[in-house]
Each structure stands twice: as structure tokens, then as C-alpha cells.
Design a protein around this ligand. Structure first.
Ligand SMILES: NC(=O)c1ccc[n+]([C@@H]2O[C@H](COP(=O)([O-])OP(=O)(O)OC[C@H]3O[C@@H](n4cnc5c(N)ncnc54)[C@H](OP(=O)(O)O)[C@@H]3O)[C@@H](O)[C@H]2O)c1
Length: 327
């Protein structure tokens, strides 16, 4: 099988195309022929410096398979083979899922992955594989942010920081069209204001025109603030919340952000998306029903994974970047 990976977990190892032995599934496992792979910031962040990133690599080295290291989480494709104990999937099923190196698996930057059934969700014919490949990390994290700590429903208000980003676009649509929030406010740059309005935000605040947290105050208090940026002061965010509200630090992957969870009244929460079958199901349904749309900004061949990372790291891509592993 063809993968994009690196020789070791060492920081900054170049991403290279490699040919590895095609996996044989264990009794409880499923082999998926991967067609599309969603690119997420975590894919390139894992390879950078910093204490939490070092810790993530160390965990990968301990819990993951032996090098070469294959990065990536999101994938969508077709079941190619199943182990003898697998009853919930059949060869030919169209699926979406997330690979998990802490379960001893290689990542999804490959034309083939081997995972457990609970990591997969079946796709209806109406959901294309390229769209499905964008759902796992960004979509599941957005859904969890809106349902885990202070579940959003009719009558509630949501503020999304980074509303035009991968996670933010999902958060705006899920809050408005799936969970029926009363008010969704989104913060983005001037060029993306119309896009965020079109996604369903009731109010869109342009952060290039002044402090968006000050402007957001007039429309609060909020039940959930989804922070997909990570540079807004957590203390200011907490001031915009209802008494039981939650400030969800989606982008809080720096050590100093982590400290915010310990600040009374404990309304800032760290979150780690769990892109498994159970969490993907409501999202797949929402896409099938037309309640959530996915904007694909770039579709590149798997061999161009480094180019995809350069684009993602630039921070100005509007929509998801997807890699194509098979024609
Ligand atoms: N915790 C988890 O499990 C988890 C899961 C997924 C992602 N993440 C993290 O969450 C963050 C966002 O991920 P993503 O996939 O959404 O990234 P992305 O697609 O690159 O989006 C980032 C967005 O941030 C916007 N932005 C930049 N500065 C801003 C500001 N000052 N105010 C408002 N918006 C601003 C940019 O939009 P404009 O061009 O409009 O400025 C950009 O679209 C990353 O740090 C990622 O690592 C964490």
C-alpha cells in the first residue's frame, strides 16, 4: 500500500511517499480502501516543536505501531476486507472514520487503513466520499463542543470564534440547523463575512474592524463559546457566558491555554474530538439531510500532502483541504 509518512516520530522529519506491506485484518478488524483524507491542523502540528506536541509524539511512539510513521486521522472509502468476527460491516460498504494511533494503528495518509468497526460509520449513497472525508476531526469536534458540556438546543445562544475555519463552519451550521440554537454569532475576517452569514449565522462580527468580543457582548450572554482560534483571552470569553455556559477551547493546544481549565468558576473546557462511528453518525445524517454543507477548498493527490500542510499552516484557506488517495 502507498502511504505518506516519515521515517520516525522525530520533530520535523520530512513527509515522503512510501510503499508498505498491505495489512491483513485481525479477526475483529476492517480494511478500508481509502479514497479521500481530510487534512487537519493536528496533522502538521504533531510534527512541530512545543511541550504538548512533543508529548503527543511520545505517546505515538509508545502506543503507535513501529515506524515508519503514517500521520493523519480522517478518511472515507470503501470496505475492502473484514475479519472473521466482524458482523456490522461488509465488503463494499461506503464508510467514513478516524484512525487512532493510540490503538496501535497507522494514520490515514494512505490508500488503505486497518481499523476496528467502532471507528467507522456507514455512508448513505447521497453523501459523496470527498465530503465524508472532511467530517471526522473538524465536524465531530464542533458537534462535541456544542453538545458535551452545555448542550445546545432551541432558546440557547452560541458564539463561534474562527467561524470561517474548518471547525467553525461546522459549528455554525450544527448550532443553527441541527441543534436549533436561537442565536448564532460568528467571528471571522471581513472577506468571509458573507460566507459565515450564508452558513446560518444570525450575527457576523469582523475581527479586523475592532475587538469582536466587545461587539459580541451586545448579543449575549452565550451558552457556548466555541473557540477555534486560541488567541482570544479566556477570561474575557468567560465574561460573555451565562451562569451555566461553557467556553470550549477547541484550539487550546498550548500549555498556557490548558491552565485556563483550572480557573474558577471552571467554565473554560479543553476538548479533544473523538472521530469514531458513534460521534460521526449525527454528522453524516445532518449532511445527508442537507443541514450541514462542506466547502472543499482544495483537493490534492495524496503525494502532495506536504503542499496541503503548507496551505493549511498558512491559515487562510477557506474550507477543507482534502487529499485523494485513489482515482
Ligand atoms: N481539540 C480538538 O480536538 C481539535 C479538533 C480540530 C481542530 N483543533 C484546533 O482548532 C483550531 C482550528 O482548526 P481548523 O481546522 O478550524 O483550522 P482552519 O481551518 O485553519 O481555520 C482557522 C480559521 O481561523 C480564522 N482566524 C484566524 N485568526 C482569527 C481571529 N483572530 N478571529 C477569528 N477567526 C480567526 C481564519 O479565518 P479568517 O481567514 O476569516 O481569519 C481560519 O479560517 C486549530 O488550532 C486546530 O489545531 C482542535
Amino acid at each position: 500500500m502507498i502511504v505518506m509518512g516519515s521515517k520516525s516520530w522525530k520533530q520535523g522529519e520530512p513527509l515522503v511517499r512510501m510503499e508498505l506491506e498491505t495489512p491483513v485484518p485481525g479477526r475483529k478488524q476492517v480494511v478500508v480502501a481509502v479514497h479521500f483524507i481530510g487534512v487537519n491542523p493536528v496533522d502538521w502540528k504533531m510534527r512541530q516543536s512545543g511541550p504538548l506536541r512533543f508529548a503527543a509524539r511520545a505517546l505515538g511512539a509508545i502506543r503507535g505501531p513501529k515506524p515508519p510513521v503514517v500521520i493523519g486521522v480522517d478518511f472515507a472509502g470503501v470496505v475492502q476486507a473484514i475479519g472473521s468476527d466482524v458482523t456490522t460491516f461488509a465488503v463494499g460498504d461506503r464508510v467514513v472514520g478516524g484512525s487512532n494511533f493510540s490503538r496501535g494503528q497507522r494514520g490515514s495518509y494512505a490508500d488503505t487503513v486497518i481499523v476496528y468497526p467502532d471507528q467507522l460509520c456507514k455512508l448513505p449513497d447521497s453523501v459523496p466520499l470527498d465530503i465524508a472525508g472532511c467530517l471526522p476531526v473538524a465536524g465531530v469536534t464542533a458537534h462535541m463542543a456544542l453538545t458535551q458540556y452545555c448542550p445546545i438546543s432551541a432558546g440557547k445562544k452560541v458564539l463561534v470564534l474562527g467561524a470561517s475555519g474548518g471547525v467553525g463552519q461546522f459549528a455554525v451550521q450544527i448550532a443553527k440547523h441541527v441543534l436549533n440554537a436561537d442565536l448564532v454569532a460568528g467571528v471571522c475576517s471581513a472577506k468571509n463575512v458573507q460566507l459565515v452569514k450564508d452558513l446560518g449565522a444570525d450575527i457576523v462580527l469582523d475581527y479586523t474592524a475592532g475587538d469582536p468580543l466587545l461587539a459580541a457582548q451586545a448579543h449575549g450572554p452565550y451558552d457556548v463559546i466555541v473557540d477555534g482560534v486560541g488567541s482570544y483571552p479566556a477570561a474575557h470569553c468567560r465574561k460573555l457566558l451565562t451562569k451555566d455556559g461553557a467556553h470550549i477551547m477547541v484550539a487550546g493546544d498550548k500549555a498556557e491555554s490548558m491552565l485556563q481549565i483550572a480557573v474558577p468558576p471552571f467554565q473554560s473546557k479543553a476538548i479533544l474530538g473523538a472521530p469514531d462511528g458513534q460521534h460521526l453518525l449525527p454528522l453524516v445524517q445532518a449532511v445527508a439531510e442537507g443541514k450541514v454543507k462542506v466547502l472543499i477548498a482544495h483537493c490534492l493527490p495524496l503525494a502532495d500532502a506536504q503542499k496541503a500542510h503548507d496551505l493549511s499552516q498558512g491559515g487562510r484557506v477557506v474550507g477543507k483541504i482534502v487529499l485523494q488517495a485513489r482515482p
